[in-house]
Design a protein around this ligand. Structure first.
Ligand SMILES: [Fe+2]
Length: 216
């Protein structure tokens, strides 16, 4: 007959710890033979938009101090620019792959890009914590990301439920992850995932294109 310690050992051997409810984030590079040429076209159009978009510059001065975003003024760039439309065609297959990984049942419908806008972050500009309402999958494509610019900081979606949870040991990970920004790379996430960009510490501008996809 086993004594109590043997019983505990057997129980311990049989024990399983499950990792449930993972948060999926999709990252890739939009590479092709003419990738750099394509990116230069996007970069020219982003800068031209900033120059032309007086309404957006005014809105940015109040809501994105020091930076420029077309979020409130030109947020359907994929419909007005052939270059941005080409970006959408390149992004589309990755959104479909991500939707498969998420095991979405779209009931015969397709995810479609609903919004697409430009973000230009010079030195010291910050993009505060937010999520993307009325969307299913959101993401960012990096047009220009010089060395030292901040990545995107993704928050653990359980953070507001941690309450009295003790801190984790050193090296155990934190309730956020920073994914580096790299020109030519794409990141996709579910639109409810909160994220932010820390202040840009370098003199060079961080230029990205953000977008939403919806199925409704
Ligand atoms: Fe965002």
């Amino acid at each position: 007959m086993s004594d109590n310690s043997d019983f505990c050992a057997q129980r311990a051997t049989a024990m399983t710890i499950h990792k449930l409810f993972p948060t999926l984030v999709y990252a890739t590079r939009l590479q092709s033979g003419r990738w750099r040429t394509f990116n230069e076209r996007l970069l020219r159009e982003c800068r031209q938009l900033q120059h032309d978009d007086e309404s957006g510059r005014r809105w940015s001065a109040r809501n994105y101090p020091g930076g420029y975003t077309s979020y409130n003024s030109a947020s359907h760039m994929h419909r007005v620019s052939p270059t941005f439309a080409a970006l959408e065609r390149r992004v589309r297959k990755h959104v479909a792959a991500f939707a498969r990984a998420l095991e979405f049942d779209l009931e015969g419908r397709e995810l479609a890009m609903t919004d697409c806008w430009v973000n230009i972050m010079p030195r010291h500009v910050v993009h505060g914590l937010h999520l993307h309402p009325l969307a299913t999958i959101s993401g960012t494509y990096y047009v220009q990301a010089p060395k030292g610019v901040p990545g995107i900081k993704l928050e653990d979606p359980r953070l507001d439920r941690f309450m009295a949870a003790p801190p984790r040991k050193a090296g155990a990970g934190r309730p956020w992850v920073v994914m580096p920004a790299e020109a030519g790379s794409l990141i996709l996430f579910e639109s409810w995932l909160r994220h932010e960009v820390a202040p840009n510490p370098v003199a060079a501008e961080r230029i990205s294109i953000s977008f939403n996809y919806g199925w409704f």
